[in-house]
Design a protein around this ligand. Sequence first.
Ligand code: GDP
Length: 365
Amino acid sequence: MKLGIVGLPNVGKSTLFNAITQAGAESANYPFCTIEPNVGVVAVPDHRLEKLKEIYNSEKIIPAVIEFYDIAGLVRGASKGEGLGNKFLSHIREVEAIVHVVRCFEDSNIVHVDGSVDPIRDIETINLELIFSDIETLERRMERTKKAARSGDKNANQEMVFMEKLKAHLENSKPARTLEMTDDERDILKQLFLLTSKPVIYAANLSEDDIVNGYENNIYLNKVIEFASSEESQVIPICAKIEEEISALEDDEKQAFLEDYGLEESGLNRLIKASYKLLGLMSFLTAGPKEVRAWTIKIGTKAPQAGGKIHSDIERGFIRAEVISFDVLVKCGSEAAAKEKGLYRLEGKDYIMQDGDVVFFRFNV
Ligand code: GDP
C-alpha cells in the first residue's frame, strides 16, 4: 500500500517524512519493497503480533507495512509546469491515497510561502493544482470517447454523460471524490485515474505547545476539521517535530516520552492506522516457531486470494484454510489446546477472511 505525502513548502512534510523513515521497518525483512530516498516503509502497529510471538515462541515478527512517498515540491502553478510540477503530479498518480500536510502552527521564524498561516487557503491551493491536472486528463479522455461515440459505441455515450457532469464538478473547484455517483459511474471514474478521486487524510501539523497544552482551541485545526468533514475526509492532528523526536528513540524510551507528553500513542501510529482504515484494509496473521507475520488484504477478501498474498501456489492449489481467531487462540493459550478443544475451523474457498484470523493454508503444489 502506497501513500503520498503532499503539502505546500514549509508546512512540515520533510519533518514528518524524517519521522517515518527513522521509525522505518527493518528493510532486510522487506526485500520486495524498493527502498528509494523518497520512500519510507513503516510497520502497521499491531499488538497481536507480540502476543503470538510468545505463544509460538517465534524467532521474529514481520509486521504488515505501508509505504509513504515524499512528494515534495508541489507549488502553486504545478499543473502549469511551475517548479517541477508535472513530475510531482505523476508521482501522485502512483499512490493509493494522499496524506495532505497542512500547517496549523504559528512560528515567525518559519516563512510561509503565502505570507501567513491559513490552512484552508493552503488546502485549496494544492487541491486546485490537482483539479487543474484532472481537468486536462479528463478533456483528453473526452476527446477519445467522443470519437468512439460517433462511431457507434453505446457505452461511450453513457460515459460522456458522466464525464460532462464530472467536468462541471471539477470546474466548480471540487475534487472528484466529492461527486455523488452511481456504482456504474464509479467504475467509469476508476478508469480515469484522476488525482482528486484518491482518498485524503489531512495531517494538521501543530506546535509543540498545542500538544502539551491541548489543541481544542486551535482555530486553524478547527477550520481544517470543518473543511474535511464537508468532504468526508479525516483529520489527524500531529506535531511533526515531536514525531521526529519520538521516532529517533529506542522503544522503551518512546513510552516514557509519550507519557511525559500525556499521549497514549504517537501521532505517526494514529496516522498509519487511519491510512489502513481509509483504504479498507485489514490484517490476517500467520504464526509458527520461525516467525509471526501480518498480511495486508482488502476487507472482504476470500481465503484463496488471501493465501495468494503469501504465495501464488497457495491460491492456485487452495484446498482449505485452518482458521482460528486471535482472541480464541489467546484464550486457549496454545495451538495444541485450541486443537484439543476443536476450535480450529476448516474453511473453504468462499470463506471471507476476518481481521485477526490466524491461518494455516492447505494447498496442492
Ligand atoms: P516542508 O517544506 O513542508 O518539507 O517543511 P519542513 O519539514 O522542512 O519544515 C519547515 C520548517 O518548519 C522547519 O524549520 C521545521 O523545523 C519546522 N517545523 C516542522 N514541523 C513543525 C512543528 O510541528 N512545529 C514547529 N514549531 N515547527 C515545525
